[in-house]
Design a protein around this ligand. Structure first.
Ligand SMILES: Nc1ncnc2c1ncn2[C@@H]1O[C@H](COP(=O)(O)OP(=O)(O)O)[C@@H](O)[C@H]1O
Ligand SMILES: [Mg+2]
Length: 242
């Protein structure tokens, strides 16, 4: 479904990603782990068009999407949730999701049609129900708990109807209970989608991912099943050192 070929990006003198060759199969749940600054968020930024790679290619369903703007990539079916919150605090929960649902549609004119507007609202409501935020539609996003706001971010991503969902540290700052609920949520939505997840919580990673890719200083250090990664001497060395 997704392949990167020698994907590289530099920020001045810093090689944030160098020659990353990555492959993801449809329906997989893949975790990306690695120390702080390894390039995990930068990798997502390249995949979703937020940053343009300095070299290399990104292929999505065989199509070269390298350097396309974020809205084009979103329309092709890649969505992401941000590590740092991406919510409009003074809009309602439903409004936040509706804007995302609408962005997947190309034409502005269709919004003048009442039926099409209903359709967008229904998609937004479905995305909220999918994450368990039904009943909170008319709350201001600012009034949701931290955990609910992180969940809303997943609903915003789902509202664009992706086939590949990239989650950047979805459990960051969550309580144990919220983390547990998020794991269940990711498992549930993974039935219909391919998932790429950056996550620090090793229990979450080991419980969710079928395969794990370890990034270290912008390069792939190791790849394998959770059991293989847990026993990989190079991985152990990196994690014991940090
Ligand atoms: N927009 C940017 N401009 C300059 N440097 C950046 C930018 N984004 C990330 N970096 C640097 O690239 C490296 C990788 O960052 P990042 O992808 O955020 O790491 P991770 O998500 O794995 O913690 C870090 O050294 C970071 O400081
Ligand atoms: Mg990051």
């Amino acid at each position: 479904m997704l392949r990167t070929e020698d994907l590289s990006i530099r920020f001045g003198g810093l090689s944030a990603l160098s020659n990353v060759n990555f492959e993801l199969r449809r329906d997989e749940i893949r975790a990306i782990i690695g120390p702080n600054g390894a390039g995990k968020s930068t990798f997502f930024n390249c995949l979703t068009g937020v940053l343009k790679p300095s070299a290399g290619r990104i292929l999505f369903n065989g199509e070269d999407i390298t350097g396309l703007p974020p809205n084009r990539i979103s329309q092709k079916g890649i969505a992401r949730s941000y590590q740092i919150t991406n919510i409009l605090p003074n809009a309602t929960t439903l409004e936040n999701v509706r804007i995302a649902a609408q962005s997947r549609r190309h034409s502005w004119s269709m919004l003048s049609h009442h039926a099409a507007y209903r359709d967008v609202i229904e998609k937004a409501e479905a995305a909220l129900a999918a994450v368990g935020l039904e009943g909170k539609e008319y709350e201001l996003a600012a009034n949701l708990s931290h955990g609910e706001q992180r969940t809303l971010e997943i609903a915003i991503a789902l509202a664009t109807e992706p086939t590949l969902l990239c989650l950047d540290e979805p459990t960051a700052g969550m309580s144990a209970g919220e983390t547990h609920d998020t794991v269940e949520l990711v498992r549930r939505i993974a039935k219909d989608l391919t998932i790429l997840i950056v996550e620090h919580d090793m229990e979450v990673v080991m419980g969710l991912a079928q395969r794990i890719t370890v990034l270290h200083y912008g390069s792939i250090l190791a790849e394998g099943t959770p059991a293989e990664i847990q026993q990989n001497p190079r991985v152990l060395e990196v994690y014991l050192k940090t």
